[in-house]
Design a protein around this ligand. Sequence first.
Ligand SMILES: Cc1cc2nc3c(=O)[nH]c(=O)nc-3n(C[C@H](O)[C@H](O)[C@H](O)COP(=O)(O)O)c2cc1C
Length: 219
Amino acid sequence: MATLLHIDASARKSRSISRSLGTEFKNQWLSANAKDKFIYRDVGSAPPEFISESWIAAAFTPENDRTEEQISLLRQSDLLIDELSEANVIVISTPMYNYGMPAALKAWVDQVVRVNKTFSFDLNRGDFPLEPILSGKALVLLTSCGEFGFGKGETREEMNHLAPHLQTISKYLGVDATFELRVEYQEFGDTRHKESIEKAYKAIPRVINKLSTNLTTNA
Ligand SMILES: Cc1cc2nc3c(=O)[nH]c(=O)nc-3n(C[C@H](O)[C@H](O)[C@H](O)COP(=O)(O)O)c2cc1C
């Protein structure tokens, strides 16, 4: 039995392309893997707190030395990290805002990428002192953007700070394999947009199949 963690990040509740794609992915996953556990976190509707100076101080205070206030400050982070730790597959459905991720999703990232919880830090490792603590997870990125050409070798590749950022950070979420289904052209609303949506929906069963096979092989 696997656990699917689904994170929705769009500020839109209605007409959201990324939310619809995420819901479809979840439905197809659960109908193919009925016994799997499902955890849902809607950061678009209820963004996690931004981290603060006191939060950072609490995170860097050894666990046994934390004050009641520090323990309480880290409670939301503890909960979000528990959800992440449990997951075998993380699905993030998210819009592109200003060429990157929505602030609400970044707030989630800042809450879960935490010293001695999801990564360790050791200067004995030389120039790369950070190492992930979690491992073996797969990440599915379901993204939607208004413009187009954000893929590898395409016209706006260098303006894409959404998937590349999430892919870089995914190492510290314990991710070993990433898949992205991207819908483009939303602002144009033309046939290219329609085709882009169709292509993304069509790819869902293929991604699920691949992930299910990997999970069975590694079980
Ligand atoms: C605040 C905001 C910023 C946006 N910035 C970009 C952008 O930088 N590049 C882009 O291609 N589309 C941008 N868009 C368009 C969205 O990515 C597009 O509408 C997408 O479908 C939104 O996701 P959703 O349908 O799941 O809500 C932006 C939209 C909003 C509301």
